[in-house]
Ligand binder design. Structure first.
Ligand code: IPE
Ligand code: IPE
Ligand code: MG
Length: 256
């Protein structure tokens, strides 16, 4: 499997809070879940949970930069989240606008490259404008590649890739027999980003909910009970420590 066994690991970490010498994953992807329950526990509207969730995003990106993680992906809004009440969807979209407006410049100064995956055509034109502004502003940055998945579905990602390859075949540009997993991966929205080594899901749910179905083929999965608005640097470090203790075999025997 491309990327799984071959791509480089993250740097050796000396970050405080992590066992010294433990290998960092190169790419951590997080399914940020539990905003609604966090708010409901406090007898507050779900929108309050989302607002606090945006704070947890800010903290997590800051921690990722400090730890020296090369790739971070956050699942912010799924292709299925459009089923939610229109007010909630609007709240989430406004939070995304406000996050980008507030954080874009600071992230740029820290050397963070921001990019988005997901069905951009389903988003409002002004939001797409902000997304493009953030991507263009930070395009040359190399410290952390921060990918935000919005209106993203793993099945859509695969279908889109199949469609684009089929178009090239129909145009006579591509021989179907040359399609292999590397070529297929290069047609996905995540081209250029290594597969996630570690996928974390918060809030105690243990499912992928249509997140990076192809890319997570060999990801280590860590499920934590913390609700997303409470997620802090220690939770990230704990998940990295769990990851460091896992035996990744990629179908082999594990013998070096
Ligand atoms: C995660 O929290 C945010 C999104 C999925 C957009 P939820 O809103 O799913 O929170 P719960 O699962 O209802 O607690
Ligand atoms: C998954 O959370 C999507 C995101 C975190 C953006 P959901 O809350 O939508 O997932 P389900 O509905 O519980 O599977
Ligand atoms: Mg949820």
């Amino acid at each position: 499997m491309k990327n799984a066994a071959t791509h480089k690991s993250g740097p050796e970490t000396l970050a405080p809070g992590l066992p010294s010498g433990s290998r960092l994953p190169a790419h951590i992807a997080i399914i940020m879940d539990g905003n609604g329950r966090w708010a409901e526990k406090r007898l507050m509207p779900r929108s309050f949970g989302h607002k606090q969730g945006a704070e947890a995003v800010r903290r997590t990106v800051e921690a990722a930069v400090e730890i020296g993680l090369p790739y971070l992906t956050l699942f912010a809004f799924s292709s299925e989240n459009w089923k939610r009440p229109v007010d909630e969807v609007n709240d989430l979209m406004w939070l995304l606008r406000s996050y980008l407006r507030k954080e874009m410049a600071a992230l740029h100064r820290q050397g963070v490259r921001i990019q988005f995956i997901g069905a951009r055509h389903s988003l409002a034109a002004d939001l797409v404008g902000l997304i493009e502004e953030a991507e263009t502003l930070t395009a040359q940055n190399q410290r952390l590649v921060f990918t935000i998945a919005v209106s993203y579905g793993g099945q859509d990602d695969i279908v889109e890739a199949a469609r684009s390859l089929a178009r090239r075949v129909a145009a006579g540009e591509l021989d179907p027999d040359t399609i292999d997993s590397d070529l297929f991966a290069a047609a996905l929205s995540t081209r250029g980003i290594p597969d996630p080594d570690l996928v974390i899901r918060t809030s105690g749910e243990q499912r992928l909910s249509n997140f990076m179905l192809w890319q997570s083929a060999y990801s280590e999965l860590v499920f934590v009970d913390t609700l997303w608005p409470d997620f802090a640097r220690q939770d990230l470090e704990r998940a990295i420590t769990v990851f460091a203790g896992r035996d990744r075999r990629f179908g082999g025997t594990g013998a070096v």
